[in-house]
Design a protein around this ligand. Sequence first.
Ligand code: PGA
Length: 223
Amino acid sequence: MKKLWIIANFKSNFTLKESLEWLSEVGPKLHSSENLKVVACPDFLSLEEFKKDCLAGGYPLMVGAQDISPFPGGAFTGEEPAQALTGIVQLAILGHSERRENFSESDQDIAKKVAQSKESGILPLVCVQSENTPIPEGVDLVAYEPVFAIGTGHPDTPENADKVAGYIRSKHPQVRVLYGGSVTQENCKAFIQRENINGLLIGSASLDPEEFLEIIEECQYGG
Ligand code: PGA
């Protein structure tokens, strides 16, 4: 059985209280599994409390950040440096198309963020929008997220997502590729059953604890 990643990206949807409520519903229902890694990525403000509750509950859930500063600590107003997140997050989503589009992040910025996160022992998950998006050196985990599929209810086809993932892996054999973009309980299985897809990055459907748990259930037995 292949190893799968299921990653919840809350984006800017939840307050701290809502993030913790989500955790109190999802955490106790997760079962630890060698083949399935589940990650939740709340906003920066929620990370520390979220992590504390995760540890207190003994939940088999990794905590991730939605971004990271391209700089180390210092005079960079408003930025969250990787070193401040060490011990709280294990993974960071980098290069999400919403950041590229709304915050003008360039491939160069993303390469710097990758370097910062690796230096602090945080696993970078780089979002690529097509097979042509550059993947910085040292990256082992990427999410193929075509812009047309994000938050639109129009996912890519599992066939095409697999084709893109296969192409990425032919150029970067060490990389595992996740799919993201309008993943739901109904379509999740069709993606993870594809040869080159090793998991899912989920936005909207991750916000509902029940739907997220259903997706995990589907993937646990259908991958
Ligand atoms: P979506 O978002 O599941 O709401 O399409 C996915 C993402 O942006 O990572």
